[in-house]
Write a protein that binds this ligand. Sequence first.
Ligand SMILES: NC(=O)C1=CN([C@@H]2O[C@H](COP(=O)(O)OP(=O)(O)OC[C@H]3O[C@@H](n4cnc5c(N)ncnc54)[C@H](OP(=O)(O)O)[C@@H]3O)[C@@H](O)[C@H]2O)C=CC1
Ligand SMILES: CCCCCC(=O)/C=C/[C@@H]1[C@@H](C/C=C\CCCC(=O)O)[C@@H](O)C[C@H]1O
Length: 269
Amino acid sequence: MINRVELFWFSFLKPESTGRFSNMVLNKKFIMHKRFEGEPKPSDFKLVEEKLPPISEGEFLCKAKWMSVDPYMRPYSARYPLGTTMIGSQVAENTAYFGLLELCQPKAGETVVVTGAAGAVGSIVGQIARIKGCKVIGFAGSDSKCKWLKDELAFDAAFNYKECSVAKALQESAPNGVDCYFDNVSENIIHISTTVIQMSLVAKQLKMEGFLVHRWANRWDEGINQLLEWVQEGKIKYRETISEGFDNMPAAFIGMLRGDNVGKAVVKV
Ligand SMILES: NC(=O)C1=CN([C@@H]2O[C@H](COP(=O)(O)OP(=O)(O)OC[C@H]3O[C@@H](n4cnc5c(N)ncnc54)[C@H](OP(=O)(O)O)[C@@H]3O)[C@@H](O)[C@H]2O)C=CC1
Ligand SMILES: CCCCCC(=O)/C=C/[C@@H]1[C@@H](C/C=C\CCCC(=O)O)[C@@H](O)C[C@H]1O
């Protein structure tokens, strides 16, 4: 479900059951044990248990039931010392909502291209663009993902970037050029200069802009409520890829980076 909880920590609390610590709480967390070299490995993480001090006046303790694994955890962790707790932060739906609507300002009849199209952000970007009357072209990493995008999410075209010529696919599916390119995976799929997007940039005088979704923190509920309405109206569909068990956090993270997920990758604690 969209936005069950906005912030998930890569840690999990359970009551200590025995002895003199009976009023204390054991916190389980994964820390970064080794630097990622290439693809993260299970041995790069370490499961740690710690006793939390009793909570003080004005504090509260919460127990996570669902957790999020997110792409940014990979580059972000490089900035922190070994031993840092891994965190995840579920903001995909508003990233799609504000990123597309505020920066791209899509208009009916325009052509929108999205990469990572079957992922948490990309699948919502494409559907919002469809709601706005745009032609939507998605790129994703498997035929089954592309089938889902076309058959169920009503993308106009979807291509398995591992199996196609991306430049040719764009040339054929966007004869009038591209008005908006929502890039979820950097240069991994589309090398702009080799595609029709390059000419669109010039001819349509497009702009390029990066963002962090927290830019719209003061409008957070607006995004969530609008998306919820679209879900309830059947205009937006979503999928989740659920891994079971806190101990499977690293596997879920690694799997998401490999493309095992359709929609949002989450862990059910
Ligand atoms: N600016 C902001 O504030 C925010 C930005 N983001 C960004 O949005 C993007 C999507 O995030 P999110 O929706 O959570 O993640 P996704 O659900 O899209 O999961 C990541 C996906 O990336 C794809 N992928 C992995 N490796 C590659 C590769 N080498 N080349 C191309 N695709 C690859 C995989 O799909 P496939 O099978 O298609 O390859 C995988 O499923 C990320 O870049 C993330 O950092 C997210 C939240 C906030
Ligand atoms: C570092 C790569 C960021 C990739 C984009 C992304 O997924 C952003 C996600 C944010 C995340 C913030 C993470 C890093 C921001 C670094 C900014 C800085 O302090 O220099 C987290 O806050 C949830 C998403 O909004």
